[in-house]
Ligand binder design. Structure first.
Ligand code: UDP
Length: 369
């Protein structure tokens, strides 16, 4: 007799949604996490009265009403709208690429002027079928935007030349011909006022949770602990890297508490030139319109992932995508294990997509209850 119906590995959003739904369906779950805290990479911690996003800024946005309604059961969201800025040398631009950006770049005022400049630059490039990120970026917005706002940032972020990166990454970047600095085009957006940790805590209410608990140690000691496993860690690690490592990008966050109330006047400022080693500076209080006397900033230094570091971004190039597919084949041999989340599915998921995926998976498994 197994002690638990489900062992859920990883207390991030995927694991927490699963735990919450399974509990409501009467299933006995144990959630474990090898870190000392819950909430995975959406973990927020109070420093100087400010909720600091310890593993990178997370701004909740979605076009999926069911997901928005779902998360609102567990947290009250504010009306934060992400409107990042980009610094390139001594120039400051609005993101995403919109009329404010174009006006600043070319000293123009109308969409017609901006479109004409972009169209000319695309034509001059001669690109018709973009084969990589560089070509895709130029094909979308011309050479000026690529050189000043995309190239340096992207090469720092991914540690690879833009010519060696897949085009799809840049399709995340919105482009528009109105004076609108709202980064996301989704109808629902905000930040949980009490932080993400409190939100995940509510999802996990009434569920057994053990932090500082490594799956591999636990399963060695108690191989029969649960009938089913929901695994949200790295799929390649689950299989002891037997088909080779999947590549991930990691990020090191250097946090500073500053004795001033407002350092940069915005939550997110990107540094798009190559010779500044960090990609962006986050000033956390601005996510919740904080009025504290001090401020906390985080500089983000991307790097290649190595064993012992936190993996953040899957590198979905051809080689790694093929390797992931091979791991998915292996996963068929362990049908009692469900792989989920950014690491389990090796996908550059946003939070809402993770929650949607968890809810979908739950609906699927519930049919067999
Ligand atoms: N990007 C860029 N310049 C910027 C911000 C983003 O070129 O100032 C590109 C970069 O390739 C990055 C991608 O857009 O990997 C997605 O960025 P986003 O900020 O949406 O990703 P996040 O890191 O927040 O998931």
């Amino acid at each position: 007799m197994k002690k638990y119906d489900y062992l859920i590995v990883g207390a991030g959003p995927y694991g927490a949604v699963m735990a919450c739904e399974l509990k409501k369906a009467g299933k006995l779950c144990l959630v474990i996490d090898r870190r000392e805290h819950i909430a995975g990479n959406v973990f927020t911690e109070d420093i100087e009265g400010i909720q600091v996003h310890k593993y990178g800024a997370h701004i909740f946005h979605t076009a999926i009403k069911e997901v928005w309604d779902y998360v609102n059961q567990f947290a009250e969201f504010n009306h934060y709208i992400n409107a990042p800025l980009a610094v390139y040398q001594d120039e400051l631009y609005n993101l995403p690429f919109n009329m404010n950006t174009f006006s600043r770049l070319w000293n123009i005022k109308t969409p017609k002027e901006a479109k004409a400049i972009i169209a000319r630059q695309i034509e001059e490039s001669g690109i018709t079928e973009p084969q990589n990120l560089e070509e895709q970026a130029i094909f979308l917005g011309g050479r000026d935007i690529y050189e000043k706002l995309i190239k340096g940032y992207t090469e720092k972020q991914w540690g690879r030349k833009c010519t060696e990166l897949p085009a799809f990454i840049i399709k995340r970047l919105p482009f528009r011909f109105v004076y609108d600095n709202n980064y996301f085009s989704d109808p629902y957006q905000g930040i949980p006022m009490d932080g993400y940790t409190a939100m995940i805590e509510k999802m996990l209410a009434g569920v057994a949770v053990r932090t500082n608990t490594d799956y591999f140690d636990l399963i060695k000691e108690q191989p029969d602990i649960a009938a089913n496993i929901i695994y949200t860690g790295m799929i390649d690690e689950f299989f002891d890297y037997k088909l080779g490592h999947l590549a991930y990008r990691s990020v090191t966050f250097k946090n500073e508490v500053l004795d001033m109330d407002n350092y940069q006047g915005n939550a997110v400022i990107n540094y798009t030139e190559e010779n500044i080693p960090y990609t962006r500076i986050i000033e956390h209080k601005h996510f919740v319109f904080g009025k504290q006397e001090k401020t906390v900033i985080s500089k983000e230094y991307p790097s290649e992932w190595e064993v012992g570091m936190e993996p953040y971004y899957p590198v979905n190039d051809e080689k790694n995508s093929a390797r992931f597919k091979a791991y998915q084949e292996l996963a068929k041999e362990v049908p009692h294990v469900i792989f989920g989340g950014r690491l389990g599915n090796y996908r550059y998921y946003d939070m809402d997509k993770v929650i949607e995926a968890a809810l979908d998976k739950f609906s699927e498994i519930k049919k067999s209850f």
